[in-house]
Design a protein around this ligand. Structure first.
Ligand code: GTP
Ligand code: MG
Length: 251
């Protein structure tokens, strides 16, 4: 389902001058603004941009860096220590995107759902809640934990069902700890060939800014938009086919 990066939206748009007034809505004193569940960026009426909302589930074993990734994508600091997430946590991230063809700007509102692995194992209702009406899933492994990489295939097959209309991306965490890496480039290349899924690498300080999270957030936005366009076109094709059948019956 993933599309070639930059085929639908403008890649690296955050570097272009015309993006400034949009990105300024998600920044405060050069850092990311924190948004609660009911909050949204303040938009002056002349900007007239639509916001589209998506639920994204972050999956992976304990300590792999799910909570850290949610914080990273929202531009928030995460603790150096590992604190097990005791239930489900949600993190809201807004991200402006410019569509290539129409030059229309859209605000994506991602709601990241992250559930501590041990809570997930203890309480049966956690996984179904995370999967309910989910639009995308991020499957995590850590570059410093080979076991988490080898478990990816299991994880993906266990959590997704073949009929799922869900965007899937894989994220390798702790890429900054390359001295201790347990997963090689050829392992990653082989995985991408077998599964046909993109693999993103994250690590290092959150203060690295928009450029650090842009590739992953843009890919997520682009794949979700593409998925919606396909769904919308199949509805219109079905409607057209239905109205054609009606005509035939009338004739
Ligand atoms: N150096 C480095 N450390 C990271 C990175 N991501 C996460 N960590 C550290 O890894 C530890 C575990 O991260 P968490 O995000 O709490 O792990 P989790 O997957 O949410 O774990 P559970 O909630 O128990 O399921 C923490 O000490 C983080 O600081 C990274 O990219 N680089
Ligand atoms: Mg956690």
């Amino acid at each position: 389902m993933s599309v070639l990066p930059g085929s639908i939206i403008v890649s690296h748009w955050h570097r272009f001058p015309d993006s400034k007034e949009f990105f300024s809505r998600i920044l405060h004193k050069k850092r990311r603004r924190k948004f609660g569940l009911l909050e949204a960026p303040m938009m002056p009426p002349h900007m007239n941009v639509d916001t589209i909302r998506y639920k994204v589930f972050i999956s992976g074993k304990t300590g792999v860096g799910k909570s850290a990734l949610a914080a990273r994508l929202a531009g928030l600091d995460f603790p150096r220590m590992h604190y097990e997430t005791t239930g489900i946590e949600t993190t809201v991230t807004f991200w402006p995107v410019k569509l290539k063809d129409s030059e229309r700007v859209l605000f994506f509102r991602f709601e990241f759902w992250d559930c501590g692995e041990s809570a997930m194992r203890r309480f049966d209702h956690m996984l179904p809640s995370c999967k309910e009406q989910v639009d995308a899933m991020l499957f995590l492994f850590s570059f410093t934990d080979r076991g988490s990489f080898e478990d990816l295939s299991n994880q993906i097959s266990r959590i997704t069902e073949s009929s799922d209309r869900v965007v899937k991306l894989v994220v390798g965490t702790k890429f900054d700890l390359f001295m201790h890496t347990d997963v090689t480039e050829s392992d990653v290349t082989r995985f991408k060939e077998v599964w046909g899924l993109p693999v993103f690498r994250v690590g290092g300080d959150v203060s690295a800014g928009l450029g650090e999270v842009a590739p992953l957030l843009n890919a997520l936005a682009e794949d979700l938009w593409h998925q919606d366009c396909i769904a919308a076109s199949s509805v219109s094709i079905a409607t057209a086919a239905l109205s054609q059948t009606d005509t035939e019956i009338i004739v």
